[in-house]
Design a protein around this ligand. Structure first.
Ligand code: NOJ
Length: 554
């Protein structure tokens, strides 16, 4: 596998870093993060080793859903800067070799968007069909209501024009109607606009809602996704769509475009994520093993996007009620830690009680799982949450740069800085840069190793049976090169025996700590794992230096 090839298909082993400009770094001292502040931190991000930034919405917005309620798709929220600042940021990111993708939130607009204001004027408005209207909406199925704390229906009566409009999310977010060809054209223009300004793609918000909740129904809703991808590829080969598609594995392949892989380039592995949390709660690898064994292969040039936490609630909606309850009990027993009856509004380190060994193991697992890792800003230093913030904002708190916060020069910041054991004086970038044992340095090592082991992302993976439920172990094989990985989910040391067919007599060189293990003539290897220990091992025949056994050197 040549580097010239893996760099063409760059997303397949990218490291994606999600951030919100608003909470990352304030460059002008008004308490709100902005593009100037972010631009000044590009070297930090490049030094961390991430390869692609995902920017949460940065468009003009009344901010009733943290920017996921947009009033102009072609501009920048003035609190965050100007288009000029955006272009300067893009140039600097590209200069440091970073790609950038942005949230594409076109399932809906804000109700303050000029399109909706026009649409709701009357039934005869020329833009009426840009949204989904009905005289007699179907009765609500409670399962369709995404935010049950605020809404009890997905239809809202509009007195002025005498019809109901559809809103899959909040009532102030009317659904755009991609059943209307003018809307589909406009969405394409939005993609084209930002691609001209340098974006390498988009994280597509709420994909199933976007293509299904339309009027009239599209003959083939997936054709629209294929059209978008084709447009992007025409304009700029190698641009991608990263899809928020939280549906069972069976249904997911359609979003990639089945065997063709011509729709969503990468889909988040929501099932793998939820299974990981059940595994953590039980200290048992079984749920994650089952998920990865069941997971379909992504089509050629497509990829699974792996994550443990994101900007939303830690959704556990695909677990059974009893399983969800287990995770709640383990990681968020208090009602104020839970949200929507299906998720947790906490970050990972607090859920692990600050246990650094366990936190490091969890991220080692994330970076070694087959797919492209996506991290949420602040995960690399182990930031906690602030439960005093409303709903999901608990995890969207200002980035902690230094002992005194370092996010802004003013104390009056966009969101409250947390106090207690995860406050900036305990958890910050500056301190962790000086500490070789810090989580930040661990992230750097994991990212470096992940990038050096394309087998993990590109290879054929096999989940291994170890006979011990606490151990998650897998191997990834690509073009005759192999990486073997093992994680101990529990806090007691373990000795494990792995069956490694085809690797008889090979050396296994540890990529995270010192150490070499021999695979015996019968294809077994004995491995010691400390409490919450983790090992990444490169296999090489005894006559070959391990560095030359990587798929990269072929
Ligand atoms: C999904 C986003 O991730 C979430 O933050 C947002 O509230 C909804 N879509 C509605 O846009």
């Amino acid at each position: 596998m040549r580097l010239t090839y893996t760099s063409d298909v760059w997303w397949k082993n990218a490291v994606v870093y999600c951030l919100d400009v608003e909470t990352f770094k304030d460059g002008n001292g008004d308490g709100v993060g902005d593009f100037r502040g972010l631009t000044q931190q590009i070297d930090y991000l490049a030094g961390l080793g991430v390869t692609c930034l995902w920017l949460m919405p940065f468009f003009p917005t009344p901010n009733r859903d943290d920017g996921y309620d947009i009033t102009d798709f072609y501009s920048i929220d003035p609190r965050l800067g100007t288009l000029g600042d955006f272009v300067e940021f893009m140039r600097t990111a590209n200069d440091r070799g970073l790609r950038v993708i942005a949230d594409l939130v076109v399932n809906h607009t804000s109700d303050q968007h000029p399109w909706f204001k026009e649409s709701r004027k009357s039934k005869d408005s020329p833009m009426r069909d840009w949204y989904v209207w009905s005289d007699t909406p179907e009765p609500d199925d409670p399962k369709q209501v995404v935010f049950p704390d605020k809404e009890d229906s997905i239809w809202q009566y509009d007195k002025g024009s005498g019809q109901y409009y559809l809103h899959s999310f909040y009532r102030h977010q009317p659904d755009l109607n991609v059943g209307n060809p003018e809307v589909r054209d406009e969405i394409t223009r939005i993609l084209g606009f930002w691609m001209e300004l340098g974006l390498s793609g988009f994280r597509v918000d709420a994909v199933p809602f976007l293509i299904e909740n339309v009027s009239p129904k599209l003959a083939d809703p997936h054709e629209f996704l294929a059209d978008l991808r084709a447009f992007m590829t025409r304009r700029k080969g190698g641009s991608i769509l990263l899809g928020e598609v939280n549906v069972p594995y069976k249904e997911l392949l359609r979003y990639f475009g089945e065997g063709l892989g011509d729709q969503i380039t990468m889909c988040f592995d929501f099932i793998g994520m939820q299974s990981s949390w059940l595994s953590f709660a039980r200290n048992s690898a079984r749920p994650l093993m089952d998920a990865l064994r069941e997971r379909p292969r992504a089509p050629k040039d497509c990829q699974w996007a792996m994550f443990l936490r994101n900007h939303d609630e830690l959704t556990l909606d695909k677990l059974t009620d009893a399983e969800r309850q287990e995770v709640f009990e383990a990681f968020g027993p208090r009602k104020d830690m839970q949200i929507f009856g299906r998720g947790l509004r906490r970050r990972l380190p607090t859920m692990f009680g600050g246990d650094l060994r366990r936190i490091k193991m969890a991220y080692s697992l994330l970076f070694s799982l087959p797919g492209t890792p996506v991290v949420f800003y602040g995960e690399e230093i182990g930031m906690g949450e602030n439960l005093d913030e409303e709903g999901r904002m608990a995890v969207r708190i200002p980035m902690q740069w230094s002992e005194d916060g370092g996010f802004s020069q003013t104390e009056d910041t966009v969101r409250e800085i947390p106090e207690g054991s995860f406050a900036p004086d305990r958890v910050n970038v500056a301190d962790q840069k000086r500490d070789t044992d810090s989580l930040l340095r661990w992230f750097q090592l994991l990212i470096e190793r992940y990038r050096e082991c394309p087998e993990l992302a590109w290879g054929q993976y096999t989940v291994l049976d170890t006979g011990d439920d606490a151990i998650f172990s897998h191997r990834c094989d690509a073009d005759g090169a192999t990486v073997v990985v093992a994680h101990n989910l529990c806090d007691t040391a373990k000795d494990v025996e792995l069956r490694l067919d085809g690797l008889e007599h090979c050396d296994l060189t540890d990529l995270l700590v010192d150490g070499t293990i021999k695979v015996s003539a019968d294809g077994t290897a004995k491995l010691a794992l400390g409490p919450h220990g983790c090992r990444w091992l490169r296999a090489s025949p005894p006559e070959l230096p391990p560095e030359d056994a990587s798929v990269m050197s072929q």
